[in-house]
Every structure is written in structure tokens, then in C-alpha cells.
Ligand binder design. Structure first.
Ligand SMILES: [Zn+2]
Length: 745
């Protein structure tokens, strides 16, 4: 078959492509013939019972004036959806219509309170819907899940009841909770208690926001209700910083382009921001909203978007993948659906004579999701075992290198000499005399540290990093050690107030920034700086000042803010940091926070209240499969290392190692060096220990090493470059020892 590079993508092909539909309302997706039939059966008044004329009252594809005008049609459709058989039937038929349009995964949403007029209870409505779902999954080739909608204009106590019913039906197909209805005058913050309940119970949520209101409505939904996805989000385009926040947190946008045009949310189809969102790295999912009123199909929306926004074959495959990646289905099933959808799309494009070389050229994007698009035959040779040499030669990134704990011991000892410090005098609690390097080493590096020995080691190192010269030498030392270990990207985690015996916080940070710029200019390594505060020593007012200092230096390489401490901040104390958190959010600045040392509560609050992009520690997470599933679904990485602390806090995990357990649960793990000078091993040694203890093969090691190139705090474009760099260096090295990296996927 001849391949035409510019062959237009047809509607027929869009129909064949496997699609996930994430935003479709039950009462907006009824067949007109069914509406008339049910109305007669249930004695419901319609403006006409003529199948040919009913469309004039229901369809809004021509001459719709506004959202309220659009919503008028719903009075007729909801009026017939008042009995269990009618609800089940309409639900089933909508699944059938979706299936005939090539939709292989469908999330149906509806507000149970709108179906109580004839005496059905909330549970009765839920049963009817679940029944329709069960029938659809048995008889049709489609997977279906349910989203329960709360309504903005109703009393918040009703929203809470609805949230509760959503949770009660979680094992019968409910995957999420939504808030629908007019936005203006009905802020989502009014309903934040319902969403707190939803988050606590581990149910997903998506909110209609930024449809006929400003970007503030979207920000409210994300910051106060913890939205995992945003319905519509047209208004996000008004605020680039909010868009960046959504890109960084991977909060998908359900785009319903035709629906937006009909309610006059956009002046013309091509004015929709989907292309801009997509190019900025946001996850966008094409959706219909209401197939009946809008008189559309999902395949038609794909065709229209392709024609309007010039999406290439490669981009269409990515759009399809975006939608599947944004589904609320359980993580293992999501992986299967994504995999099938991408490979089937490529096959269909190929069979119909389209050029798929673009997809192959972008193979790394798909590899991240574990999808091999190259079609290379799987070889079933044993995966090569991992050696220490491989670990030291493979490219690495380190996302948590704590400045004051990472300067090498030799350098530290040199500082002792230069500063002429008598350690015994300065730290009288140390009983053994420190006269030479070995004495010094015995204090700082122990085979097993306890909190007391760590504390003294930290204090000694801190004393030696106070002057401008000491900071400069320390920084050089850290980078040289990293380069020796083939580190390509590093995030230096720096607390300005730790270095203030002679300098101010601003001066200390300025020295680090100048050094960072100098090293970056040489081009051998990329460096980000994460400014952090200690929850043990810095008070919340310092936190805000530090956050401002960090953000003020974002163009100077400061890419994130951290809150660390011996113990996580308990959820009921997080409000002390409210100003800092609000400020960081408004600035769309990355946040990493230590949490989950003892229980899950601090993990939930760190992510939802704090808005953290990355979490650190989370030792206790292995006890909570739902939370692991959650981090996996939303790609929230955990910074970890094989430390004594990790071992202590996971000691009842007897059948596996904590790191292995997380990897097996698809939680993104980033192995970090933290305070490596407290231990005598290099990064490669440490990785080797992880590999041996957790029995990782080369395939798992490659994905573990790739993680920090994916989950760092750089911008979307820089991340893409870093990932490319990793893939190139890793595959070149493996090639040199006769291993094909593609064959490992
Ligand atoms: Zn909607």
C-alpha cells in the first residue's frame, strides 16, 4: 500500500480508532426515539411526541444562546429518567451508542438527586445505573465506569450525601465524584467539605470548572477541592501559571469543544485552547459532554479537532493515549487499556495507508507508559543481570542531594584543618578524641546511625559550611563527586538559614546560585536548586520568607521548595503553613514535602492540602494499597533511599523490600542520595545495594534510573530534553556492551 504523508484522516477512521470518553452526561445522551417512547409509557408531557419534531426542542446544535438555554432541554430528558427500568435502559443504550462509535472505555456521569421525582431513593437510582452498567459490560465490548455528580447550586449538605453515596457504590463501578451546574455565584469552595470526605476515602474527583467562569473557578477546584481532572477548563488559558501548575501535577483537562461553542464559551471552534494546552504538555482528553443536545459523536469530535487544529497522525495517537491515561479506572486495568489503545491505533493507521513514522520517532513518550510502539519482536532471552559497573556507567539523576550532608568527608576534614577547629572543644558531647581523619570519619560515617549520632554529624558538618569560601568549595566538591558517578542532572537541596553564622540567607543562596550558574555554563551537568525549610527549626513565618526568596530566584535555577523535618507536619498543623502553601500555589511553584513516616494521613494532606508535586520518605505507604494505587495513577513520585530509617520503619514488611514493593505496585520511586556523607558509599554503591536487596533486573533498573529524569522540577521542555539525554546515553552505553535497550521494554 502506498503511504501518503498528507493523507487526511477520515471520519470513518476516527470511528474505528479505540477511544476513551471521560465526560458524558446520562441525561444528555438519550436517544430521541427512546425519549418519546418513555414519555408515552410514563405519562410525561413533551412539547411533541413526533419523532421527527422532538429534535427541535432538544437539539442545541443550532441557535443555542447560552448555557442556561442549553440546559433547558434537560427538563424533558430528566423527566423520563425517574424510574429504575427507564434509567437502566437509557444507561445501557448510551453505552451501546458509544460502543458503536468506537468508544472502548466510557465514564458516565449523572446527578442522582435529579432522579428522585417519582419516589426513587438515592440508592434506588444508583442500583438502576449499576444495573445498566452490568448489562453493558456483559453484552458489549466496552468498559464502563460511573461518576456521581453533585450540583453547585444545591445546599452543601446535599453534596455531602452525594459524596457518601458515590463512595458506597465504589465497588459497583463508581470511580469519581463531580461538581456540575452553573459556576457563577456557586463557588466550588462552598462544597469543600464533601470533597475533603471524598479525598479521605480515596475516591477521585473531577469538577466542571472554567466553562462559563474565570480561571479562578478552576483554581478553586484544584486548590480547595483537590480536583484530579478538570471538566472544560477553557478559562485556564487566561492564566499561564495555572496551566503550568496543571502540567506539573498532571491534572488532565476534559475538552468538550462543540459543547463549549454551543453555549458560547468560545466564539468559534478554532478559538478553543486545546492546541495550546496540548503543546504546553497538558494532558487533554477530547469529550462530548452531551451527545444528544449537541448532536455529535466522539469520533466526530476527533475528526473536527483534527481538521481544526491540524493534529498529525502521531498527535492523534497521543491524544487517544491522553484520554486513556486520564481515566479513573484502577491502575492495572488502565495500563492494559492504554497499551491496547495505542497499539491498535497504530495498527489501524498503518492498515489504512497512513504514515506512522512520527509515532515511532516519539517512541520514548510511549516507553514511559511501558508501551513498545516499535513492534520489534519480543525476545525471551534472559534479561541480562545488573553489575556494579553498569550502575556506575549508566546516566543518573539525583533529585535530593542535601547540600550540608553531601560534601565529601575528605573535603570536610580539609575544612576542619583550614578553619583550625577543635571538634572536641566545640562539641563536648563527643567523648572520643578527634585527632586525625580516621577519628573524624568514625564520628560522621557509621555503619548504622541513630538519631543522636546523625544529629552530631549534621551539626559538625554544618559548622564547616558557613563562609563564602566554604560554600564555594563545598559546592564544587558535591558536583565533582556527582560527575564521577555519571550524574547528568542534580537537584541541590539547600536551606539558606543553615549557613547564616557569617552570611545572610540571601547571601548564602546567592553564592550557591552563582556556583550553579558557573557549573551549568560548563555544560557537563544540569543543576536545579531546591530551597527548603526545616519544620523542626524554622517557624511558619520563616517559611513564607524563604518561599518568597526561592520564587524570586526561579530564573536563577531555583526550581522548587521543600519542607522537611524529623517528623512530618501533622495534618491538623498544616494550616500554620497555609500562607506559604497558598503563595507557592499562586506562583505555581513546585513543592516537595516529607510525609508518611507513621501513617497515611500526612501523605493525604501533603498532596491535597499542600499541593506537593513530589513526596519524600512516605515509609508507611506500603500498608495502604489504595494510596499506592493513587500515587501510581497520578504519577506522584516518592524520594527514597536505602537508609536505616527506611529499614526501621518498614521492618514488618517481611516478604519483600519496601523499594521492591513500591516498584511492583507501579509507584514512581526516585532513588536519591540525601545526606550521602553520612555513609561511605557512592551513588553507584547505593544503587547496587538497592538492586541486590530488591532483586531488580536490568529492565527495572533502567526504569528506576529514568524516573528522576521524568519527575524532576524542571519545565516541561527541559524535562523532555533531560529524558532524551537519558535515553540516548543509556542506550549508547548498553549498545557498547551489546545490549539493545529497546528489547528491554
Ligand atoms: Zn458536563
Amino acid at each position: 500500500m502506498t503511504i501518503n504523508k498528507n493523507k487526511p484522516i477520515t471520519l470513518d477512521l476516527c470511528k474505528l480508532l479505540p477511544k476513551a470518553e471521560l465526560h458524558r452526561h446520562l441525561d444528555g445522551s438519550i436517544r430521541l426515539t427512546t425519549l418519546v417512547e418513555l414519555a408515552k409509557e410514563l405519562d410525561v408531557k413533551l412539547p411533541t411526541f413526533d419523532n421527527d419534531k422532538i429534535g427541535d426542542y432538544i437539539l442545541k446544535d443550532k441557535n443555542c444562546e447560552s448555557l442556561p438555554h442549553f440546559l433547558e432541554a434537560f427538563q424533558y430528558t430528566t423527566s423520563v429518567l425517574q424510574t429504575a427500568p427507564a434509567i437502566s435502559r437509557v444507561f445501557y443504550e448510551m453505552c451501546e451508542d458509544a460502543c458503536n462509535d468506537g468508544v472502548t472505555y466510557l465514564e458516565v456521569r449523572f446527578a442522582p438527586v435529579l432522579h428522585l421525582e417519582k419516589g426513587l431513593s438515592l440508592a434506588g437510582v444508583m442500583e438502576a445505573v449499576c444495573d445498566g452498567l452490568a448489562q453493558a459490560e456483559i453484552r458489549l465490548r466496552i468498559k464502563v465506569r460511573i461518576i456521581v455528580c453533585g450540583l453547585r447550586h444545591l445546599d452543601p449538605s446535599v453534596t455531602k450525601d452525594l459524596a457518601e453515596i458515590a463512595w458506597r457504590y465504589r465497588s459497583k463501578g463508581v470511580v469519581a465524584f463531580d461538581l456540575a451546574g452553573a459556576e457563577n455565584g456557586f463557588s466550588s469552595t462552598l462544597h469543600k467539605e464533601a470533597f475533603a470526605l471524598i479525598r479521605q476515602k480515596g475516591v477521585n474527583c473531577t469538577l466542571h470548572s472554567g466553562e462559563d467562569s474565570s480561571w479562578h473557578s478552576v483554581a478553586d477546584s484544584i486548590h480547595h477541592c483537590g480536583a484530579h481532572r478538570i471538566g472544560h477548563g477553557i478559562a485556564v488559558q487566561e492564566n499561564p501559571s495555572l496551566l503550568e501548575y496543571m502540567v506539573n501535577r498532571r491534572i488532565p483537562i476534559e475538552c468538550c469543544i462543540t459543547s463549549n461553542l454551543q453555549i458560547k464559551g468560545i466564539p468559534s471552534l478554532d478559538a478553543h485552547p486545546i492546541r495550546r494546552y496540548f503543546d504546553a504538555g497538558a494532558v487533554v482528553a477530547l469529550c462530548t459532554d452531551n451527545v444528544t443536545m449537541s448532536n455529535i459523536t466522539l469520533s466526530g469530535e476527533y475528526k473536527m479537532a483534527i481538521d481544526t487544529f491540524n493534529f498529525s497522525v502521531e498527535e492523534v495517537v497521543r491524544l487517544i493515549d491522553h484520554a486513556f491515561s486520564a481515566t479513573f479506572i484502577e491502575a492495572p486495568m488502565k495500563r492494559v487499556l492504554r497499551h491496547d489503545a495505542v497499539l491498535q491505533s497504530i495498527r489501524l493507521f498503518k492498515e489504512h495507508g497512513y504514515d506512522v513514522s512520527g509515532v515511532l520517532a516519539n517512541k520514548d513518550y510511549y516507553l514511559e507508559a511501558g508501551i513498545d510502539v516499535t513492534g520489534s519482536p519480543k525476545n525471551y532471552h534472559p534479561i541480562p543481570s545488573v553489575t556494579h559497573e553498569m550502575l556506575s556507567k549508566l546516566p543518573k539523576a539525583d533529585l535530593h542531594c542535601r547540600f550540608e550532608g553531601s560534601v565529601s568527608l575528605d573535603q570536610m576534614w580539609q575544612e576542619v584543618q583550614l578553619a583550625k577547629i577543635d571538634i572536641n572543644k566545640k562539641f563536648p558531647s563527643i567523648k572520643q578524641p578527634i585527632n586525625d581523619f580516621n577519628d573524624f570519619k568514625n564520628i560522621i560515617q557509621k555503619p548504622h546511625h541513630d538519631p543522636e549520632t546523625i544529629d552530631i554529624a549534621k551539626r559538625i558538618m554544618n559548622t564547616l559550611l558557613q563562609t563564602s569560601d566554604q560554600l564555594n568549595r563545598g559546592f564544587d566538591n558535591i558536583i565533582n563527586v556527582a560527575l564521577n558517578d555519571n550524574v547528568q542532572y542534580i537537584e541541590i537541596v539547600f536551606r539558606p538559614s543553615s549557613h547564616c553564622q557569617v552570611l545572610t540567607q540571601e547571601q548564602a543562596l546567592a553564592i550557591i546560585i552563582a556556583k550553579r550558574n558557573q557549573w551549568e555554563a560548563e555544560g557537563n551537568i544540569k543543576i536545579g536548586i531546591v530551597v527548603y525549610i526545616s519544620a523542626d527549626f524554622d517557624d511558619p513565618i520563616d517559611a513564607l520568607a524563604m518561599a518568597k526568596l526561592a520564587v524570586a530566584n526561579r530564573s536563577n535555577g531555583v526550581c522548587g521548595f521543600g519542607i522537611f523535618g524529623n517528623d512530618p507536619i501533622p495534618p491538623n498543623e498544616l494550616h500554620h503553613y497555609a500562607k506559604t502553601i497558598e503563595y507557592l500555589r499562586a506562583e505555581s511553584f513546585n513543592l516537595v514535602q516529607f510525609c508518611g513516616k507513621f501513617d497515611i494521613e500526612s501523605i493525604v494532606s501533603t498532596i491535597h492540602v499542600g499541593g506537593a508535586t513530589r513526596i519524600s520518605g512516605a515509609f508507611s505507604i506500603y500498608k495502604y494499597p489504595r494510596m499506592m494505587n493513587y500515587l501510581s495513577a497520578y504519577s506522584i513520585p516518592i524520594e527514597l533511599s536505602q537508609t536505616d530509617k527506611l529499614k526501621t520503619f518498614t521492618k514488618d514488611l517481611s516478604f519483600t523490600t519496601p523499594i521492591r514493593h513500591l516498584i511492583d505496585s507501579n509507584v514512581p520511586v526516585v532513588i536519591c542520595s540525601f545526606r550521602s556523607s553520612l555513609y561511605s558509599s557512592t551513588r553507584s554503591d547505593m544503587l547496587c545495594e538497592v538492586v541486590v536487596n530488591s532483586q531488580l533486573n536490568l529492565k527495572q533498573v533502567i526504569s528506576l534510573l529514568r524516573n528522576p529524569f521524568t519527575y524532576n522540577f524542571q519545565t516541561y521542555e527541559s524535562k523532555l530534553k533531560l529524558k532524551q539525554r537519558f535515553n540516548k546515553l543509556a542506550s549508547d552505553y548498553l549498545q557498547s556492551i551489546s545490549i539493545n535497550m529497546d528489547s528491554l521494554q
